[in-house]
Design a binder for this molecule. Sequence first.
Ligand code: C2E
Ligand code: CA
Ligand code: CA
Length: 384
Amino acid sequence: MLEQLDRKHIAAGHVIFSSGDPGDCAYLIEEGEVEVIDPITDLVLGNVAKGEVFGEIALVDRHPRTATVRACRETRLVEIPRSLVEELLTDANPIIRLLLTIILERYRTNIWHRPRPANMPATEDPFQAAVMEKLTLLKDMRDAIDRQEFELFYQPIVTLPGREIAGFEALIRWRHPQLGLIPPNKFLGIAEETGLIRLLGRWTIERACRDWKALREVAKVEVPFISINVSGKQLTDQNFALQALATQQFFGVAAKEVKFELTETSVISNPKLASLQLGVLHSYGNIIALDDYGTGYSGLSHLKDYPFGVLKLDQTFVREILMSSLSFQLVMNSIQMAKALKLGLVAEGIETDDIATALTEMGCDHAQGYLFGKPQTLDYWTSG
Ligand code: C2E
Ligand code: CA
Ligand code: CA
């Protein structure tokens, strides 16, 4: 890649950039040497020689140059334009980006032993406020695990047409001491971004397995099931499957009564690990469900390599079957395909009786939604 970059030949004494210039590139010294000059005192702060890089901080923090750099002798520079790193930085995790900016700013003010110039603002990432909020949430979440502020709510999944409870889906909630009950979409994103989901996911499986002994008594079928959501990041933990199996064994839960729900995105983003880990769980008797079916891009064709036993039809389609012929057709096709492939099928998000009736007529045999029961605590289900 270095060969494709522009080169600059600089005569001795020539100024490469001055304090206040836009910092749009960094330089690698291929030959020669440069000196870094304090713009206020005009003193030489230090030298940078062959094989070293200078001007790199401006690529990250986008501030104008804070020092002047002059060639001490004839020098050949390779130019590293900002465009080359900009995309990487934009895509980088915002927390990593903030940390990088802070570290580089410290480095800049420390390396030449001088204070930050008065006109140079402190680190000012436009996302800083959002990042700080995320960091606070992350810290809070770590503490919340220790303080046992997370809870699992359980929503029933019923048979059709009988509408009897066949199993439950475990849905996580955070009972925050000040903010009250926080739904998963408020904190799972950051847990996934930072890897905390692995810890949280382990806790979820443990709690669901622990609660299952009492909860399964509420179900009305011969082989009831507990459905546990798994995020793609959890699969990157190499011990995920074995740990999940060990937990089931510890709590005396039968493998055939445990379902793991994954979305297409979480599987596709880790194809090798997913097929390995899900294969292990499947071989021990766990059931793997494809969550939010219908919202993904590839349909089932890309997913034939995974051991899915159940499709969960997303609520966006189910809800519209009486209004949109496209949704009706999609749901109808999914039901027929599931039957042909001998897959289980659960229709999600059913709030009204006419939709439940229509689904029953279409041949759907399992359903979930507020009509049959909202997510509730273990106590709610077992104390009645
Ligand atoms: P999901 O897996 O698709 O779960 C179904 C969501 O739909 C739940 O939202 C549930 O409360 C909601 N729901 C169920 N029936 C109805 C209905 O009739 N109408 C409407 N409007 N909504 C209904 P919730 O509990 O807020 O969870 C949101 C998402 O968070 C879940 O979507 C799942 O992707 C994720 N999630 C929840 N718990 C966990 C967990 O323990 N681990 C992981 N990795 N993800 C979780
Ligand atoms: Ca789910
Ligand atoms: Ca779903």
